[in-house]
Design a protein around this ligand. Sequence first.
Ligand code: NDP
Length: 250
Amino acid sequence: MQNNIENKTVIITGASSGIGEATAKQLASKGAKVVLGARRADKLEQIVTDITSAGGEAIYQVLDVASQAENDAIVKLAKETFGRVDAIFLNAGLMPSSPVSALKTDEWHRMVDVNITGVLNGVAAVMPEFTAQKSGHILATSSVAGLKAYPNAAVYGGTKWFVRSFMEVLRMESAMEGTNIRTATIYPAAINTELLETISDKGTQEGMKALYDTYGISPDRIADVVSFALNLPADTTVNEFTVGPANQPW
Ligand code: NDP
């Protein structure tokens, strides 16, 4: 099978753990040049060391996706280091779920800042480049919570529904404008990562933990999906992937 991943420069947000880390490692092993962004420099440094010791190419920059300037800076770094940018995986996110009545309003706003504004900032940072070169691939991690509503996820789910709608319109407009910017939105179910650590509501965390202990699968499965999307020939897009444990009803 042809390797369309080799030599692509791919920026990954939320690359310091979980899905982002697994994806960075897998793409690098297939020959991509990966540019890792997240807030924890020590984690990113270790992942870059792991990748380069295995013969891959990787760099990192500390990134808070809520900042437009920091998104612009990581795109600039990618371009200066590797000559061009082929794809961005907008994966940074957090899920401090709770019932609305708990009124954890700081957490609501933080989810909006990272899960929504973070995606907008990443798109705004790469669009000029992708439009000018008439190619580019924008991938984003939504969630099954972006497809179905469920209790304790009013705000989290809302942020992920936003990603779904935004990415679909982006795909349509790019096709209409002839810019060949492809999109891939991923809707994972239970994936074993650090995500549950962001839940401060005790009851919600216990319920989610029990669910993940029963069903959770490896973040490598999401990396497989990202690889599949990036490996498609330039004239083809698979723009939505719902992926999760085979035994989870979700
Ligand atoms: P993790 O908690 O392991 O990873 C989240 C990543 O996001 C970390 O690398 C974290 O890095 C980064 N991040 C958080 N806030 C920011 C910020 N402000 N700026 C930059 N990076 C940030 O969980 P997952 O790997 O599971 O999460 C990845 C994505 O997958 C999220 O969007 C999540 O909503 C989504 N998802 C996950 C599911 C699951 O079951 N695990 C299911 C459905 C969707 P740092 O703290 O270093 O900044």
